[in-house]
Write a protein that binds this ligand. Structure first.
Ligand SMILES: Nc1ncnc2c1ncn2[C@@H]1O[C@H](COP(=O)(O)OP(=O)(O)OP(=O)(O)O)[C@@H](O)[C@H]1O
Length: 273
């Protein structure tokens, strides 16, 4: 039985309108080459899932897409990451602006210890966004499918929300600055199945407006929500050093129904990892 079932209403998977192109990407932490030779294109308004066993470099690769690895001492990115044809790592490029256009949601919900309203308003305030702040906050909370649950208590503490609500608040915070891309690194792994289902529903809606890249350990989740899937694994070179690499990247349907590489097939059928 196939894991894949395309969500009704989703457009065809397509890379015709690329946002990112990674070519021959290597990432080093100090003298360890953690990820080797990744080449892939990420399409606009697609949901792209990165799957693979622990330690294969999924988080490392997703962090390359908004220069989050810059913040890790000793991390070094070699090869090319282009964003709309421009080299994201060009010295002229401002990493702060990169992270405004390419937002990120993390594994553990990490709201600021402030009110719901101030969490969402923070980015627009810092960025001096034009428009009425109340409207921006409402729009972002609506986009994150949280508005109805919080609209009567916007001044309440974000920390009083449930884990699932906190994660949707973090999504609202990310989209409030109107990024083009939202990166999500295992956004559901700290959530229960009901909260996870809500985030998955939400992502399908977000993809009509944003380009989404998600790292997930949950293959069923990748199969349910994504348009494209990248399967990573890690192997040990002749010198005994482990490196992550991209094994196969294709439309999610192809990866789950007819993968080319035996390693992909073994992983998605549960024979490995
Ligand atoms: N901050 C870091 N400093 C040094 N090495 C790191 C760092 N982050 C990751 N690594 C190493 O890079 C490799 C890839 O790790 P990464 O976290 O990207 O994999 P992953 O596929 O996301 O794993 P997981 O699914 O367990 O989160 C591992 O060998 C890991 O130890």
């Amino acid at each position: 039985m196939s894991l894949f079932s395309r969500r009704p209403g989703r457009p065809e998977a397509s890379l015709d309108d690329p946002v990112f192109h990674l070519s021959d990407l290597d990432v080093w932490y100090g003298d360890h080459q953690a990820v080797r030779d990744v080449t892939m294109t990420i399409g606009r308004r697609q949901i792209t899932a990165m799957i693979g066993p622990s330690g294969c470099g999924k988080s490392t690769v997703i962090r390359c897409l908004n220069r989050m690895n810059d913040l890790i001492p000793g991390a070094r990115v070699v090869g090319k990451v282009s964003y709309h044809g421009e080299n994201l790592y060009d010295p002229e490029v401002d990493p702060i602006e990169v992270r405004r256009r390419i937002g990120m949601v993390f594994q553990k919900p990490n709201p600021f210890p402030k009110s719901v309203y101030d969490n969402v308003a923070y980015g627009p305030r810092v960025n001096g966004m034009k428009g009425k702040l109340d409207d921006i906050v409402e729009e972002a909370l609506t986009g994150a499918a949280l508005w109805d649950e919080v609209k009567d208590n916007l001044k309440g503490s974000a920390l009083a929300l449930s884990g699932g609500q906190q994660q949707r608040l973090c999504i609202a915070r990310a989209i409030a600055v109107r990024p083009e891309v939202v990166l999500m690194d295992e956004p559901c792994s700290a959530l229960d199945p009901i909260a996870t289902a809500k985030i998955e529903d939400l992502m399908a809606g977000l993809a009509s407006e944003f380009t989404i890249v998600i790292v997930t350990h949950n293959m069923q989740q990748a199969a349910r929500i994504s348009d494209y899937t990248a399967f990573f694994t890690s192997d040990i070179d002749p010198a005994g050093v482990r490196h992550g690499r991209l094994v196969e990247y294709d439309a999610t349907e192809k990866i789950f129904e007819n993968p080319v590489d035996q390693r992909t097939e073994d992983y998605i059928t549960g024979r490995f990892g």
